[in-house]
Ligand binder design. Structure first.
Ligand SMILES: NC(=O)c1ccc[n+]([C@@H]2O[C@H](COP(=O)([O-])OP(=O)(O)OC[C@H]3O[C@@H](n4cnc5c(N)ncnc54)[C@H](OP(=O)(O)O)[C@@H]3O)[C@@H](O)[C@H]2O)c1
Length: 302
């Protein structure tokens, strides 16, 4: 059953008049919902009564998590399929969401990956930058009006400390190493700060989930897969890793926050580079040009 029309917002939730009854639900769009932190978050959000739009790239995995979320008590669970390395897929996803939901209370940009070697997508973007930064950047911008008054939660990482952002080499053409992952997570924090500045109608925050036992880095062979596999017993559970995401998405305590970096459900300071507002502005401008956002979106609030 689809909700017909949005009426108004109360706190984190949009309230609607459905078939003679006033009903308040929190609509959450969650990327990277098919594994690890996202899967755990999907189940917890469903358990807490949210309407969850699960986004994954594999229809079977999306279906399987939707079944788990429904079994956990979710009554309004939807699936969407998109390869988030591709801007064309993100545009189609945004159209699908815009067509299917009158309002979105929370966009959780959680999908992400580490790639040991440099590869370009068919659209010509380096894939770490495309998936980890351009995807949340574009999806958020395309859904911005649907999100008015709502929350944007982006899964960043303490690995941002190792990042080095060069605005003249966003695609790592000069050199590529696993540091590109740290740089993409630095981009998540800079994006969050700049979004909070440009979109005062939103609450935009990001978080480090801890070191979590997930599928992360297992897409790679060699040292990264070995570290992820051997270290697993010492890492956090996906449920613990998802806690800050759920907290930022639903809690009253997080309702007043914007532009913050969160760890263990507390505001912490990220690296000095992650607090550089000139860098944040430059990243926004160049990202907008790369994904072809209109000039108005590029110039907004300057
Ligand atoms: N694990 C950690 O210790 C850790 C620490 C700090 C931050 N993080 C961040 O946490 C987030 C979630 O990672 P995780 O640890 O839960 O890893 P994970 O288990 O590998 O989950 C990653 C999720 O992203 C999805 N994804 C990957 N590539 C995609 C693509 N091209 N298009 C659409 N979806 C795609 C995966 O889908 P599939 O199921 O199709 O693969 C999966 O649902 C990432 O942003 C990561 O950077 C993780």
């Amino acid at each position: 059953m689809r909700i017909i029309a949005a009426a108004s917002r109360f706190g984190a939730r949009a309230c609607v008049w459905v078939r003679g009854k006033f009903s308040c639900v929190t609509v959450v769009v969650l990327t990277g919902a098919t594994r690890g932190i996202g899967r755990a978050a999907a189940i917890e959000l469903a358990r807490r009564g949210a309407e969850v739009a699960l986004v994954g790239r594999d229809p079977e995995r999306v279906k399987s998590v939707a079944e788990e979320a429904t079994a956990a008590g979710g009554r309004r669970i939807h699936g969407h399929v998109a390869d988030l390395r591709l801007m064309s897929n993100i545009r189609a996803l945004a159209d699908e969401i815009r067509g299917g939901y009158e309002h979105v209370d929370v966009l959780a940009n959680n999908a992400g990956a580490l790639f040991a070697s440099r590869n370009e997508t068919p659209e010509g973007f380096e894939q770490t930058f495309a998936l980890n930064h351009l995807a949340p950047f574009l999806l958020t911008n395309l859904l911005r009006d649907r999100l008015a008054g709502g929350r944007v939660v982006t899964t960043a990482s303490d690995a941002h400390q190792s990042g080095r952002l060069d605005l003249d080499d966003l695609q790592s053409e000069k050199s590529y190493s696993a540091r590109a992952y740290g740089t993409s997570k630095l981009c998540n924090i800079l994006f969050t700060r700049e979004l909070a500045r440009r979109a005062p109608e939103l609450h935009a925050n990001c978080f480090h989930p801890g070191v979590v036992r997930t599928g992360f880095a297992k897409n790679e062979n060699g040292i990264w897969k070995a570290v992820a596999t051997l270290g697993a017993p010492f890492f956090r559970s996906p449920e613990r890793g998802a806690r800050s995401l759920v907290w930022l998405a639903l809690s009253n305590d997080a309702a007043a926050l914007t532009g913050e970096y969160i760890q263990n459900e507390k505001v912490v300071a990220p690296s000095a580079q992650a607090q550089d507002d000139t860098l944040a502005r430059g990243l926004w401008e160049r990202s907008a040009q790369l994904v072809g956002l209109p000039a108005e979106a590029r110039a907004r609030r300057h």
